[in-house]
Design a protein around this ligand. Sequence first.
Ligand SMILES: *Cc1c(COP(=O)(O)O)cnc(C)c1O
Length: 218
Amino acid sequence: MDISENIQDLKKELPEGVTLVAISKTKPNEDIMEAYKTGHRIFGENKAQEMTGKWEELPKDIEWHMVGHLQRNKVKYIAPYVSLIHSVDSPRLLKEVNKQARKEERIINCLLQVKIAEEDSKYGLSMDETEALLASEKFKSYNYITVIGLMGMATFTDDKEQLQREFGSLEKFYNKLKDQYGFTQLSMGMSGDYQIAINHGSTMVRVGSAIFGERNYS
Ligand SMILES: *Cc1c(COP(=O)(O)O)cnc(C)c1O
């Protein structure tokens, strides 16, 4: 795996206005530094402890994005430094992020994760729940978070039409809410489906294995 070549090729391919989040979960610091040396600074992880360890050890100008399901009792570990949480999937989690951000005296940017996969997916708000949350009085009282957009994960499939339907549904929902809530980011697309996601308006792609190689969980 030539990490620096992979990331440079990928960045050349992405249209202007699409941000690459390099998903480095399970990968060692040396791999991250190889990408870092090309000038890349935005990395994503799916576990709070792993991300915090890497944040402690690696250069402080890295922007760390949380992309995986986040338990409320883990928010405090990432609140001092996280730059964007993509995976806010419940009103209680958003409340906790606001609370911890307040303790840290910083504002934390968040995306609401919306369920779009036709297959059963565990995490994410329905579109109705998303609208209800955004319209609630509680939401308006949260002064230490900014919701800058939405995130979605499609079904893990090769079926292009299904991917188009799923990304298309989130694109439509995002466009409906965007002006009212001042959204600027739509996070959709991974190694296997980022081109389709970009065709459906993604502004942020989360790519792991196409940069760092397959993950080994053993
Ligand atoms: C692991 C992960 C990715 C990256 O997946 P790849 O297929 O390796 O590109 C993107 N988003 C989330 C939420 C992930 O957990």
